[in-house]
Design a protein around this ligand. Structure first.
Ligand code: FMN
Length: 385
C-alpha cells in the first residue's frame, strides 16, 4: 500500500497498521506489533477465526440490529471493548485520553493499565464510560491493598487482574531495538528515532511521560525503576489462588481474571467469587505456543458460562471475528492492537474511526447472518473446518 497516507484511506486493521508504521519510530512500532519468541501464537490468534465458517439464515427481518450487551454489570452499546494496554502516550501524545474519549463516544468499556500514562482518577472523571482497572499482583501486600483502595475511591467499576504475566515474555524485537522504559536503545534503535523527527517533536513538546498508576507507590523516577525491574522485582510470581481469593473478597465488586485459558482455572475463578474471566494469551506476547483464546472459548463457556461472564481477546481484526466469538458464547470481546495502531496513526479520530468501522462491520454481518440482536447469535450458525 505505498500511497496510503491519510486517515480517511484507512478501511481496516492493515491500513491503520501501515499508517502507524509510517508515523512511529521503529522501536515503538515493534513494541506494539511484536510478540514472544517466534510469534506463533500471535499469528494463530487471528488465524483461529478462519477455521470457523458462518452459516447465515435469511428472510428474518433484520431492518434494525441491536448490538448492545451487558457484561460485568455494565451495559455496552457494542459487544467489544478496549483491552488495557501500557504506555499509550508513547504511541500518541494524548494516549489514554484519546482512547477513553473514543470508547466513550461508542458507549463501550475502556481498560486502564497499571502501566498507563494517564491517571485513572483523571480518566474516571473526564469520560463517562465504564472503566476497568487492570492490575498486577505485587509482592508487597500493603501496596496491593493501597492500589485497590485508590481504584475504589476513583470510582472504577471493574477490577481486572492480569494473571498471565508471572514473568515477562521473550520479545525479541524489543531486545534488538533496545526498547524498554527508560529507553536503552541500541544504536540501530536510536537511528530509527532519528528517522521520525515529528514523533520526537510531539514527545518533547507535550507533558512529561509518566506512569501515574505506579509512581505514587513506587519510585519510578530517573533510573530508580525500569519496567523490566518492576516485573522481576515488584511483582509476585508466588501468587496463588488463595491470594487472589482474598483480593476478590477485599474488592467486593466486579472482579475478573485476565489471561485464564484452561477450564480448570475458569472453574476456580468462579469458585473464588470472580464475576468474569478474559480468555487471553496477552496478544501472543507472553507464552508463545499457547492456544488461541477463540479455540478455548467453547469449552470454557460450556463449563462456567452460567456462573460468570466469559470474555476473550486476541487477534480480533474484523467484525466477523467478534460475531464468531459471540456465537460461541463470549459476553464481549476485547481488542488491543486494533485500537493501538489507529491511536498511533491519528490519535482520537483514528480510534473513533477504527471502533466505528468495527461497529459497522458487526452490524452489517449480523444483518447478513439474519440476526437482529446479539442474543440471536448461536453455535447453530457456525461450522468448524
Ligand atoms: C502494546 C501492548 C501493551 C499491552 N499492555 C498490557 C498491559 O499493560 N496489561 C495487560 O493486562 N495487557 C496488556 N496487553 C495485552 C492486551 O490487553 C490484550 O490482551 C491484547 O492486546 C489482545 O490482543 P490483540 O492486540 O491481538 O487484540 C498489551 C498489548 C499490547 C499490544
Amino acid at each position: 500500500m505505498p500511497h496510503l497516507v491519510r486517515l480517511r484511506d484507512c478501511h481496516n486493521f492493515h491500513d491503520f497498521r501501515e499508517l502507524a508504521r509510517r508515523r512511529l519510530p521503529g522501536p515503538i512500532f515493534n513494541y506494539i506489533d511484536g510478540a514472544a519468541d517466534d510469534e506463533v501464537t500471535y499469528r494463530r490468534n487471528t488465524a483461529s477465526f478462519e477455521r470457523c465458517d458462518l452459516v447465515p439464515n435469511v428472510l428474518r427481518g433484520v431492518e434494525s440490529v441491536d448490538l448492545s450487551v451487558t457484561v460485568m454489570g455494565q451495559k455496552l452499546a457494542v459487544p467489544f471493548y478496549c483491552s488495557p494496554t501500557a504506555l499509550q502516550r508513547l504511541f500518541h501524545h494524548r494516549g489514554e485520553r484519546a482512547v477513553a474519549a473514543a470508547a466513550s463516544q461508542h458507549g463501550t468499556l475502556f481498560g486502564v493499565s497499571s502501566l498507563g500514562t494517564v491517571s485513572l482518577e483523571e480518566l474516571r472523571k473526564a469520560y463517562a464510560t465504564p472503566q476497568v482497572y487492570q492490575f498486577y499482583f505485587h509482592r508487597d501486600r500493603g501496596l496491593n491493598r493501597a492500589m485497590l483502595q485508590r481504584a475504589k475511591e476513583a470510582g472504577v467499576e471493574v477490577l481486572m487482574l492480569t494473571v498471565d504475566s508471572s514473568t515477562g515474555g521473550n520479545r525479541e524485537r524489543d531486545l534488538r531495538t533496545g526498547f524498554s522504559i527508560p529507553f536503552r536503545l541500541t544504536l540501530g534503535g536510536m537511528l530509527e528515532f532519528a528517522r521520525k523527527p515529528m514523533w520526537g517533536l510531539n514527545y518533547v513538546t507535550h507533558e512529561r511521560f509518566r506512569l501515574p498508576q505506579l509512581e505514587e507507590h513506587i519510585d519510578m523516577g530517573g533510573d530508580a525503576m525500569s519496567i523490566g525491574r518492576y516485573f522481576t522485582e515488584m511483582l509476585d510470581p508466588s501468587m496463588t489462588w488463595n491470594d487472589v481469593a482474598e483480593m476478590v473478597r477485599g474488592w467486593n465488586g466486579h472482579f475478573c481474571l485476565k489471561g485464564v485459558m484452561s477450564v480448570e482455572d475458569a472453574k476456580r475463578a468462579a469458585d473464588i467469587g470472580c464475576t468474569g474471566v478474559v480468555l487471553s494469551n496477552h496478544g501472543g506476547r507472553q507464552l508463545d505456543g499457547s492456544r488461541a483464546a477463540f479455540d478455548q472459548l467453547a469449552e470454557v463457556v460450556d463449563a462456567v458460562g452460567d456462573r460468570l461472564d466469559v470474555m476473550m481477546d486476541g487477534g480480533v481484526q474484523r467484525g466477523t471475528h467478534v460475531l464468531k466469538a459471540l456465537s460461541l458464547g463470549a459476553k464481549a470481546v476485547g481488542v488491543g492492537r486494533f485500537y493501538l495502531f489507529p491511536l498511533a496513526a491519528a490519535g482520537q479520530p483514528g480510534v473513533e474511526r477504527a471502533l466505528g468501522l468495527l461497529r459497522t462491520e458487526i452490524e452489517r454481518s449480523m444483518k447478513l447472518m439474519g440476526c437482529a440482536s446479539v442474543g440471536q447469535l448461536s453455535r447453530d450458525n457456525l461450522r468448524f473446518r
